[in-house]
Design a protein around this ligand. Sequence first.
Ligand code: LLP
Length: 438
Amino acid sequence: MKTFPFRPLTNLVMTPANLTCDGVDLADLASRHRTPLYVYSSAHIEKQIKELRRAFKGLPVTICYALKANTNFTLLNFLAKHDVAADLVSGGELWRAKNAQMNLKQSVFSGVGKTADEIALALKSQIKFFNVESKSELELINRVASKLKVTAQISLRFNPDVDAKTHPYISTGLHENKFGLDKAEILTIASTFGALKSCSLRALSVHIGSQIQTVGPFRDSFIKLRELRNLLLAQGFKIDSLDLGGGFSIPYRQNEKSFDLDKYAKTVKALFSDVKELTIEPGRFLVGNSGILLSRVLHVKKTRKKKFLIVDAGMNDLVRPALYQSYHEIITIPCASGPNHLKGSTGFDVVGPVCESSDSFTKNRKFSKATTAGDLIAILSAGAYGMSMANQYNSRFKPAEIWLESNARGKAKARLIRHRDSYRDLVTNEVLKKESRK
Ligand code: LLP
């Protein structure tokens, strides 16, 4: 049996007869639950948690999973059971985390646009701290906390003006970005902090972007963070907690290097050995490579210029390639009977049914196995920012999701953890005239 060559991307195993993930046949899952279908390997997620804990051993690190990467209830509950807290950016995420029994007292609330209602909910839930992104937000938190007669724990999010060298849409640590406060702003806020009677300044945070490939940009931002912390310590603030954000890259391509967590941890140790409490906010690292999007080939279309595989997943199901021109490995799984399997020397554009030319997963990709209508494709590394960014554009159903739960012997059981949308779901919350309700 051939272990899929794309490790550590995935837990896939290929045999001449089938493609399996944690021992579960993917073609069989697709026939039973139809497509598009997200499949997550809990074994892979567990491996990533262990990898983080191993790398940060000896450091006082709390892992706060960035829910935005994937918010499925079963996943959150699984993370809660593994002592992973939450990095939240909305009242909705807070509600999900609470219901999934994540530890809110160890969780943090980030984001540039928190509302008074969300702040009140977070205060009542006694979250660890707010990552504050503007003076106006800080004043709002102070007002809400004062009304509730509680003290809000504050971390100021520092924008260090460091280039994360990632896609511009997911770069957040430059002064041109909307995120965080620059050094001068933080020092000004600190100088009048005493007037905010319902806030306590206890931490600083930084998050410069996502899918950051090397430790360099992290180090640059941490050096600036340390300088800033020292200035505040000198002013008498007791900043013994730092939130270092998320952003660790994952491999999306075969043979791509994994993020050097050990080097990152070494850098953190060298710079922050005197800090009592550290928080990290990984999203993609925990779930990205655990997820596969299965989709069925609907048609093979040949034009004078191109060959298209038209599949039943679209940009509404996985928007990353359309939005960030991101690369995902794609494996064809032959399962249709009959002739007409196409291989050929030129590649295929793999496209969805959505009425946009950006509805494309890849261009001119060559596949080792010939393919035809009825076959399946597996789009890899789709566990992060896949389902959480899915929508119903073109009145398409959001996909179903499957959880692969491994037993002690490493053999997994597949469990449906989200139903595919139905027609009714398409009009949830729309006000329908009585007579048109059928
Ligand atoms: N903390 C904060 C404050 C964030 O804004 C983010 C991600 C994270 C943590 C988690 O970052 P991660 O560890 O997952 O890199 N939709 C894009 C990614 C957007 C990331 C937004 N913020 C994509 O599909 O690549």
